[in-house]
Ligand binder design. Structure first.
Ligand code: SAH
Ligand code: DHB
Ligand code: MG
Length: 222
């Protein structure tokens, strides 16, 4: 219904605000050629991630859900020299294409991809004492967002920023008849985070070429 207008405005904003980006255009082409679903963040959203990383002064980033590395590259662009990203991906095909995209973008030395289901790899990170991460981007399966959020808190520090993608899902989040596990995961995350004394949280709805969705931004209290 409004999607056409949203897409048009997204195109207008991208034209006005984003310089030509041959690297990320090539990433999108290569993911399409590899039959990877086009569910990465938009360019405008990716740039917001980069700006948040910069505003945060983040040096260590954790990403849960790599897909083809599109958001990873935006996050990497916000890092200073010596900054590092650990990104977690369960699908071996996605991971392989992501590694190649990340290398082509020139970030192989900054990004460590860990293959495996995040609920398996997160405890390993914790055991290795790799954190604390200054910035976390949660964008894997939505069913497990509450668990990913708990691990993110364990792996972060006072002042860390945690961004969670896809918390609106075309408004399904308020459709109480919807019993889908993914929606239940989003809802239980939002309801818990609002009551959690350790953090301050907000969420923004988004519309655009990716439809109607939203992201939550959570800061671990100092
Ligand atoms: N952040 C990416 C999009 C991620 S899409 C971007 O914006 O560019 C979600 C990804 O999470 C998919 O690649 C999917 O394979 C992965 N995923 C799904 N379940 C997972 C799990 N249990 N552990 C780790 N990754 C998972
Ligand atoms: C899906 C996942 C995402 O991370 C996203 O931004 C959009 C869609 C999905 O699994 O359908
Ligand atoms: Mg997403």
């Amino acid at each position: 219904m409004n999607d056409l207008l949203w897409t048009k405005v997204d195109r207008y904003l991208a034209n006005a605000l984003l310089p030509e980006d041959l690297i990320l255009e090539e990433v999108l082409r290569s993911s399409e050629a590899a039959d990877i679903p086009s569910i990465q963040v938009s360019a405008l959203q990716g740039k917001l991630l980069m700006l948040l990383v910069q505003a945060q002064g983040a040096r260590r980033i954790l990403e849960i859900g790599t897909l083809a590395g599109y958001s990873t590259i935006w996050l990497a662009r916000g890092l200073p020299d010596g900054g590092r990203i650990v990104t977690l991906e369960a699908d071996a095909h996605h991971a392989q294409i992501a590694q190649s995209n990340i290398a082509k973008a020139g970030y192989a030395n900054k990004v460590e991809l860990r293959l495996g289901r995040a609920l398996k790899t997160l405890p390993i990170l914790a055991n290795e004492r790799i954190g604390p991460f200054d910035f976390v981007f949660i964008d894997a399966d939505k069913k497990h967002i509450p668990e990913y959020f708990d691990w993110s808190l364990k792996l972060s520090r006072p002042g860390s920023l945690i961004v969670v993608d896809n918390v609106v899902r075309d408004g399904q989040v308020v459709d109480l008849a919807n019993r889908e596990a993914n929606i239940a995961g989003v809802r239980s995350f939002l309801e818990r985070v609002g009551q959690d004394p350790r953090v301050e949280a907000t969420a923004m709805q988004t519309v655009g070429m990716k439809g109607h969705d939203g992201f939550a931004v959570v800061r671990v209290k100092s």
